[in-house]
Design a protein around this ligand. Structure first.
Ligand code: XIL
Length: 576
């Protein structure tokens, strides 16, 4: 962004219904321009003479300017003036979240764990509860925090960390207002609308029999993808040998088609929910159940050809193999398969390779996934998931390297607010992206477990943000519509999902809408980047769109051009 933005999303009411947001975009906020400094102070506003902040080139995009903050001293903050006429009190009235982009430079150290703070005037409106990872250096991250209200009449806000020194950039600050009484009959207020805009699947697990009641409407108005919670599993689709039943799945597919929704398939091969004719001792089979390896391979192949064949062209993604990894992994460089599985016990590891090959033959257009639970963070927290995440990576990479038609991995994400560590999960998406595999969230539910509804909303927003910002992440799916319809025990207490039992929207839902919406706005306005490492000459040739050459020869000149599109060194660049 050329200047710091303070975007206030105001809400107008009439007759109880919500009108469209009125966004106030302050492009030249505070009259701040390249080379200008903002004050760095303690929380009372006392300046720090050893610290600085300057509006200068974004280290990743030399046509963007961002505030570069350097602090030396504990708890120092960059001070940002509020727009004219606004005070801490009026700025936080009816607005309950702040979002901004944040970049730690290499000079700040590869990693940093400390608290982040937001003040309005002298009121602390946000603080990390304890020291947390502030993300990897050298990458822009988008932060969204729930804020409390400030009642003071000071006209500045302050952002900063508890670390004794810091070197970071901040940009695109927004204070966001949300109306919790949303109108889901207005498509422009739904998550589906904005998920469509950014080109991502927002999915939900459902059961057959959805009507045009509140639940059915909640599903089709708010999501653009469904997955069967149980109806496409082995026990439902092949209850007795070679006798297939598609009744439940077909009902869900018909519902989805009538509402122009995508369907993802779950799951072709799993140790659990297999019929008793396959495994008389169910999920934890550690006997051969009387099958030879060849017999069970034939059963699996026949099942996959029939089920994936039946849904060919209707299901766009399949979980081909579900939960094949052991809960305890030996190290970070290998993987261990679950032993209690009839497939692994009788066939061995090749059941995985074969299942993917057969699924691809049965439906060459479907994307094929390896899905598992207790996976997500590449490092950090929760520690018990880190080893299994690496195992998933190692197995998926092995399959891909062996030429098996695998498109990606599914992170089930049955989790809780406290266990979602966003930078650690983001890293996992990066790692899969680096080896050409997709990574999606397939069964998200996030128990509150003592955390507030707003903390849950922030974590949901963070998950959606990871999906938005990764090209290898087409989908995010929640495992149920509302807190009364969830497989989680005591779900009405743990409140893991996006809607209340009466299908009113939770903060988590609204933050999902807002996150997709913010990203859709960002995509529309996306500057066409000219990376500095691609062309770091300071001499530029600039034309306007009329083909007239402009009197402009340095990047600094370009940054001072009026808003608009230009051709800079042969590339289209949006100056904002
Ligand atoms: C669950 C369903 O939600 C329940 O209704 C059913 O009784 C058991 O299975 N991982 C998976 C899902 O891959 O298929 C599981 O679904 C939840 C855990």
């Amino acid at each position: 962004m050329r200047k710091i933005l303070l975007l206030f999303l105001c809400v107008l009411f009439y007759g109880g219904a919500q009108a469209a947001d009125v966004s106030l975009l302050l492009q030249n906020f505070g009259g701040f321009k390249a080379g200008d400094s903002l004050r760095v102070t303690d929380y009372l506003g006392n300046p720090s003479s050893y610290s600085s902040s300057v509006l200068e080139k974004d280290p990743k995009n030399s046509f963007n300017l961002a505030v570069h903050v350097k602090t030396s001293g504990e708890e120092l903050f960059v001070e940002i003036p509020l727009p004219d006429g606004m005070t801490s009190k009026t700025a936080t009235e009816g607005r309950d979240r702040i979002s901004f982009r944040f970049y730690r430079s290499a000079a700040d150290g590869a990693s940093r764990s400390c608290k982040f703070f937001v003040y309005f005037g002298t009121t602390k409106v946000y603080s990390d509860a304890s020291s947390v990872s502030q993300g990897t250096a050298g990458e822009w991250q988008t932060r969204t925090y729930s804020i409390t209200k400030a009642t003071n009449t000071k006209t500045v806000m302050r952002l900063g960390m508890s670390a004794s020194r810091g070197d970071y950039y901040i940009d695109d600050i927004k204070v966001i207002g949300i109306d919790y009484m949303y109108d889901y009959t207005d498509p422009t207020q739904t998550a589906r609308f904005y998920a469509d805009q950014v080109g991502k699947h927002l999915g939900v697990a459902v059961n057959p029999g959805l009507g045009n009641d509140r639940m059915g409407q909640t599903v089709y108005r708010n999501f653009n993808m469904v997955v069967c919670e149980n109806a496409m599993k082995f026990d439902a689709t092949e209850p007795s040998r070679n006798s297939f039943s598609y009744s439940g799945g077909d009902i869900v597919v018909a519902f989805a088609q009538s509402h122009k929704m995508f369907v993802r398939g779950h799951a072709l091969c799993w140790h659990s929910q297999v019929p008793s004719w396959v495994s008389s001792n169910g999920a934890s089979a550690t006997t051969d159940n009387g099958w030879t390896k060849q017999q069970l391979l034939d059963i699996l192949k026949n099942h996959i050809f029939n089920v994936a064949g039946h849904y060919r062209g209707k299901v766009i993604q399949w979980d081909v193999v579900n939960e094949c990894l052991d809960d305890n992994q030996p190290d970070m460089n290998s993987y261990k398969l679950r032993s209690g599985s009839v497939w692994n016990y009788v066939i061995g590891e090749e059941f995985i390779d074969s299942a993917f090959v057969w699924a691809h033959q049965a439906d060459p257009d479907a994307e094929l996934y390896l899905n598992d639970y207790n996976v997500g963070p590449w490092q950090g927290n929760p520690s018990w998931e880190v080893g299994k995440t690496h195992a998933l990576y190692n197995l998926a990479k092995r399959l891909k390297d062996d030429g098996i038609p695998i498109d990606g991995v599914g992170l089930q994400s049955h989790t809780s607010v406290g266990n979602v560590s966003l930078p650690d999960i983001k890293r996992t998406f990066d790692e899969f992206q680096n080896i050409g595999l997709k990574c999606i969230i397939t069964e998200l539910d996030m128990n509150q477990d003592g955390a507030s509804e707003t903390a849950q909303a922030d974590k949901y927003a963070g998950m959606v943000n990871i999906i938005n910002t990764h090209d290898n992440a087409p989908s995010i799916v929640v495992w149920g519509t509302d807190d009364a319809h969830s497989w989680i025990e005591d779900s009405e207490t743990k409140k893991p999902l996006l809607f209340n039992p009466d299908f009113s929207a939770k903060k988590a839902y609204l933050s999902v809408v807002q996150t997709f919406k913010d990203y859709s706005i960002l995509m529309e306005n996306k500057p066409i980047y000219m990376e500095s490492d691609e062309d770091d000459s300071d001499i530029v040739t600039v034309y306007n769109l009329m083909g007239q050459k402009l009197n402009c020869s340095t990047r600094g000149d370009v940054q001072n051009l009026p808003l608009g599109l230009y051709i800079v060194n042969g590339k289209k660049v949006l100056i904002r």
